[in-house]
Design a protein around this ligand. Structure first.
Ligand code: MTE
Ligand code: HPA
Ligand code: MOS
Length: 758
């Protein structure tokens, strides 16, 4: 059995030793040119002139390309509906926006020439602050509203009322490998692209759009990324399109690798959000009515913002039931880089809302936040449906919470912490909790599909290709496990290969945590087709019905009492070849049942929900605002995990990434809209010492999953990031502050303490 075994990541050793090859490690083709981008130095302005001649004259420079040189469309929008240019045309809309591409014989020459190029830009007033954008109703798209019942009336009728507002910040992906693509011209107009991308198919589409050619001219390959985290869902496409454009213009291979600073300046981040809410409730803490607005700062253009806003609004009630509710989600337009997918995709922001509401209700009623939490869980005695009409599993919500609370030893720890706080004048400890229901599926219906291509060779070795991409999350090993299981062979017989649009076409991005759900199924179906043909050959040979043929333990045998005829899997593969039976098949999967009515804002957009719970203890130095997590207990539902070792790694990593978003990662734009946090010296990601010294992570025991998930497993990539929300609650518990904007840096904690003392 390979399913459910704690098998190491297939590249674990290669990652650690440096043997794993990333795009920049590949042997450089002869004649390679290096690209460097010219980025806008201002947030908003009219692009007057670009003196490319000076740059062109510099040593080693081969070409300087601008929007005017683009043969196809200057449109790299993922929607294909325009709004995003590869290179700015008449105006620049944000600091760091690409204006031109310099190509040179060496990387240094390219960077030097790009730095020497000074675009003439007449500055225009820039809209920088989300509050200001909200006041001006500067929207990227129409407001989205999900409503149930009459929230206004229910608010008036409620015995008690409270209100609140807060903001959450953005987040830089900080993948270790920055954005990169290599484009190589081939025969007859073909341009082959190696890209560090979560979405090879979109790289293909957008490169073809920019070049004005058919998709079949652009094969795209990705063996692995050095991290993506959503940052390579749409942003990888324009980087690759720029490289392809350079390759077509010069007839030479082009590598475009963004330096860290350029990557941080030119690529989108997690959406910052503004939240406002009013709630009505009773003295028991039961929330009766909620009217809330969630406003995402989308930056200057749409990118994936509609999807992010959709996930935020569908997750705004998280695992709670509120009978009368009105949720309004806005997408604000500002002159900042266009914000994009980031692990959780609006979900992490959405689920913050109820945490603030629960705290407000607890404060007003004198109950603990945990009592208020429990009283408002969806499922009996409360309603069990989201306000958009999809059922939640109330028993699972309560189970993850009960198990986590027990693991954490909640009651005893509360008392210990009270004793500690009584004994220390300046240090304050606090305990916080969090419970999650996260919907699994792409909000965009057509993305919920996957393909796979499996070959069995005549020696019984197997080559696996599927539409998903590997970014460190362990997708390839999970899909390989599925194929090994299907053929009943040891895992080492399955060869993992690079994702390629030439092998599996028309794929979805590897995102929304659906990689193994979708590609696991597609690969299982492809392998099942071949296994069926092989079983037919064995059945004919042994003159038994095909149903009697079993594949297990690297053997194929007749499953009948007293019949011990068998052969090795490889022997049967060889026989199939001799018998002229095809040992190659594709598999295709699309998620069943999901539907959404965008007019009514109702439906069942998610195949299922993934549940989780967390309890976190922090200590805060009230003199400096510094704080750290002392202990975290996490329970994450992964169904019947395909690979508990990989899943555990995902949970730990996601939690620490969430902790970074909520406590130390802070983006800063100055008054002129220039991004000032463009590297690790000014932008602080969590380090090894931010990992909780007591970090207790486990998968929900005996977790159920619907029978039509792949081997009854559940997605795990994004949900545990949200479990870090307990850190925010613990900080509020420790300090007793009412409002704590995010990220809760030491400075913000100190300011909140000062505000409380006034
Ligand atoms: N884990 C690693 N190591 N690196 C990554 O870039 N991306 C996350 C998550 N885990 C990521 C990761 C994000 S944003 C998603 S959507 C999922 O992995 C995608 O992969 P999956 O669908 O196979 O889980
Ligand atoms: N998650 C990530 N990427 C997406 C989604 C989603 O839900 N929808 C469209 N792109
Ligand atoms: Mo993940 S944000 O869906 O790439």
């Amino acid at each position: 059995m390979t399913i459910g075994a704690p098998i190491p990541h297939d590249s674990a050793l290669a990652h650690a030793t440096g043997a794993a090859r990333f795009a920049d490690d590949l042997a450089e083709p002869p004649g390679l040119l290096h690209g460097a981008l010219v980025l806008s130095p201002v947030a908003h302005g009219l692009l007057a002139a670009l003196d490319t001649a000076t740059a062109r004259a510099l040593p080693g420079v081969v070409a300087v390309l601008t929007a005017a040189d683009i043969p196809g469309a200057n449109d790299v929008s993922p929607s294909g509906k325009g709004g995003e240019t590869l290179f700015a045309e008449r105006t620049v809309e944000h600091h760091g926006q690409p204006i031109a591409l310099v190509l040179a014989e060496t990387r240094d020459a390219a960077l030097r020439a790009a730095a020497a190029l000074e675009p003439a830009i007449a500055p225009l007033p820039a809209l920088l602050d989300a509050e200001e954008a909200l006041a001006h109703q500067a929207y990227l798209m129409p407001p989205q509203v999900i409503a149930r019942g009459d929230a206004e009336h229910a608010l008036d009728a409620a015995p008690l009322r409270a209100e609140g507002s807060f903001r959450s910040g953005g987040q830089e992906h900080f993948y270790l490998e920055s954005q990169i693509a290599v484009a190589t011209p081939g025969e007859d107009g073909e341009i082959a692209i190696t890209s560090s991308t979560q979405h090879p198919t979109e790289v293909q589409h957008i490169a073809a759009r920019v070049l004005g050619c058919d998709f079949n001219r652009i094969p795209v390959t990705c063996r692995r990324m050095g991290g993506g985290f959503g940052g390579k869902e749409s942003n990888a496409s324009w980087v690759a399109a720029a490289a392809a454009f350079g390759a077509q213009a010069t007839g030479r291979p082009v590598k475009l690798r963004l330096a860290r600073k350029a990557d941080m300046a030119a690529t989108g981040k997690r959406h910052p959000f503004l939240f406002r809410w009013r709630a009505g409730f009773d003295a028991d803490g039961r929330i009766l009515a909620l009217d809330a607005t969630l406003a995402a700062d989308g930056g200057h253009s749409l990118d994936l913002t509609p999807g992010v806003v959709f996930r935020a609004i569908t997750h705004a009630l998280n695992c709670y039931d509120v009978p009368a509710v009105k949720l309004t989600a806005l997408a604000l337009r500002t002159n900042t880089v266009s914000h994009t997918a980031f692990r959780g995709f609006g979900g992490p922001q959405g689920v913050l809302l109820m945490e603030d509401v629960i705290r407000g209700v607890a404060r007003a009623t004198g109950h603990t936040p945990e009592e208020v939490r429990e009283r408002n869980f969806a499922g009996a005695p409360n309603g069990g449906e989201t306000p958009y009409g999809q059922a939640l599993e109330g028993d699972l919500i309560r189970r993850v919470w009960a198990e986590c609370r027990a693991d954490a030893g909640w009651e005893a720890r509360r008392q210990e912490i009270a004793a500690f706080n009584a004994a220390h004048p300046y240090l304050r400890r606090g305990l916080g909790s969090f419970v999650l229901a996260f919907g699994i599926s792409f909000g965009v219906r057509h993305l919920n599909q996957a393909g796979a291509l499996v070959h069995v060779y005549a020696d019984g070795s197997i080559r696996l290709n599927h539409g998903g991409t590997e970014m460190g999350q362990g997708l390839n090993i999970k899909v390989a496990q599925v194929v090994a299981e299907t053929f009943g062979v040891p895992l080492h017989r399955v060869r993992i290969t690079a994702t390629s649009t030439a092998e599996v076409p028309n794929t979805a991005p590897t995102a929304a945590s659906t990689g193994s759900d979708l590609n696991g199924w597609a690969a299982h179906l492809a392998a099942g087709t071949i296994r069926g043909r092989m079983a037919g050959v064995a059945a004919a040979l042994w003159e038994v019905p095909v149903e009697a043929i079993v594949f297990a333990g690297n053997r194929v045998f007749v499953d009948r009492p007293g019949d011990n005829r068998a052969m090795e899997f490889g022997e049967l593969a060889h026989r199939c070849w001799i018998e002229r039976v095809s040992l190659s098949a594709t598999g295709f999967y699309r998620t069943p049942d999901i539907h959404w009515d965008a007019q009514a804002m109702r439906g069942e957009p998610f195949f299922y929900f993934s549940y989780g719970a967390s309890v976190v203890e922090v200590v805060v130095d009230t003199l400096t605002g510094e704080h750290r997590v002392l202990r975290a207990d996490l329970v994450q539902d992964a169904g019947r995990s395909l690979n508990p070792a990989v899943d555990r790694g995902q949970i730990e990593g996601a939690f620490v990434q969430g902790l970074g978003w909520l406590t130390c990662e802070e983006l800063h734009w100055d008054e002129q809209g220039r991004q000032r946090t463009l590297g690790p010296s000014t932008y602080k990601i969590p380090g090894s010492r931010d990992v909780p010294p007591a970090f207790k992570v486990r998968l929900l025991s005996a977790a159920p999953a619907r029978a039509d998930t792949i081997f009854r497993s559940k997605a795990v990539g994004e949900p545990p990031l949200m479990l870090a929300t307990a850190v925010w609650n613990a900080l509020k518990d420790a300090t007793g502050v009412e409002r704590l904007d995010l990220p809760a840096t030491p400075e913000r904690v100190l300011m909140a303490l000062a505000a409380k003392a006034r």
